[in-house]
Design a protein around this ligand. Structure first.
Ligand code: GLP
Length: 249
C-alpha cells in the first residue's frame, strides 16, 4: 500500500537560484546575516562538494572584514572512522583546507565527532553545553542521507558510529585514489541531533539530486529517506539551484 503523502510544510522556505554560484551566494548571505545578528553563533557544518561555494564566499567576506568568526562555535556533522585526522580526505582536513584556515574561528571552539570509544555521548554533551546548534548547514546524499544517516536510520537516532551504504561509498570514492580506500564506517550526528538545531539550511544542486530532493521534500516522511524528516522541522530554508528544483515545481 502506498504511504500517505505528507501535508505541505509551510515552515519550509524555498529559495530557487539560477545556478550554483547564486545558490552559494544566497547561503553565504544567510550565514552572514545570522552571524552578524549573533557573533556567538553556534554553527553546524557539513562537508561534501555542495557547501564549497558557500565556504569560499564566507572566506572572501572575512577577508574583506565583513565577517568576524572569533566568537562563533562550530560543530561538524560527521567524520570517517579509520582515517588519521591529517589524512587529506578526513573531514577535518577538508574543513581545514576549505574554511578553517581562511577565517578566524577560535580552534578551541571547533568540534568534530570522533570514532573513539564513548565519545558520541560526549559530542552530544558538547552541543548541549554550547547552547545547542543555532544554524545547521546540510547537504543531501543521493540516497537521501543527511550527515551520514543512511536510509533506515531511526528518526530518534543520536550521534553514533554507522556503516556507510554502498551508494555512499561509491559516491565518495571520487575523493579517494580508489574505492577500496573509502572507509566503511563513520561517526555522525543523529537525525534527532540534527532536528534539534533551531534553524536549518539545506543545500542541493545539480541533476543528480533531482529525484532525491523531490522524494525528501515532497514525498512521504519515512526512515527510508532520512532527509524527509526535515518536513517536520519548524525552520528549514531550502536553497536549490534551478536544475535540482526542476521536478519539484
Ligand atoms: C557526504 C556527507 C554529507 C553530504 C553528502 C553530499 O556523504 N557526509 O554530509 O551532504 O556527502 O555530498 P555532495 O555535496 O558532495 O553531493
Amino acid at each position: 500500500m502506498a504511504e500517505a503523502r505528507p501535508p505541505p510544510n509551510f515552515a519550509m522556505k524555498f529559495f530557487i537560484e539560477k545556478n550554483y554560484a547564486m545558490l552559494s551566494q544566497q547561503a553565504a548571505n544567510f550565514v552572514a546575516q545570522r552571524l552578524c545578528q549573533n557573533p556567538n553563533l553556534v554553527l553546524g557544518l557539513a562537508t561534501g562538494s555542495t557547501p564549497l561555494g558557500l565556504f569560499k564566499i564566507l572566506a572572501e567576506k572575512f577577508k574583506k572584514k565583513e565577517l568576524d568568526f572569533s566568537l562563533a562555535t562550530t560543530f561538524n556533522l560527521d567524520e570517517y572512522c579509520g582515517l588519521p585526522l591529517a589524512h587529506p580526505q578526513s573531514y577535518r582536513s577538508f574543513m581545514e583546507a576549505n574554511l578553517f584556515s581562511k577565517i578566524n574561528l577560535n580552534y578551541k571552539r571547533i568540534f568534530f565527532p570522533s570514532c573513539s570509544l564513548n565519545s558520541c555521548q560526549d559530542y552530544e554533551e558538547k552541543i548541549k553545553n554550547a547552547g545547542g546548534i543555532a544554524l545547521q548547514i546540510l547537504g543531501i546524499g543521493r540516497n537521501g542521507h543527511i550527515g551520514f544517516n543512511e536510509p533506515g536510520s531511526k528518526f530518534d537516532s543520536r550521534t553514533r558510529i554507522v556503516r556507510l551504504s554502498q551508494t555512499t561509498i561509491e559516491d565518495n570514492a571520487r575523493f579517494f585514489n580508489n574505492i577500496k580506500e573509502v572507509p566503511s564506517k563513520a561517526v555522525t550526528m543523529g537525525i534527532a541531533t540534527i532536528m534539534e538545531a533551531k534553524e536549518i539550511v539545506l543545500l542541493a544542486s545539480g541533476e543528480k539530486k533531482q529525484d532525491i530532493i523531490c522524494q525528501a521534500l515532497a514525498g512521504p516522511i519515512t526512515e527510508k529517506v532520512p532527509a524527509s524528516i526535515l518536513q517536520r522541522h519548524k525552520a528549514v530554508n531550502v536553497i536549490l539551484d534551478k536544475t535540482v528544483a526542476e521536478k519539484l515545481t
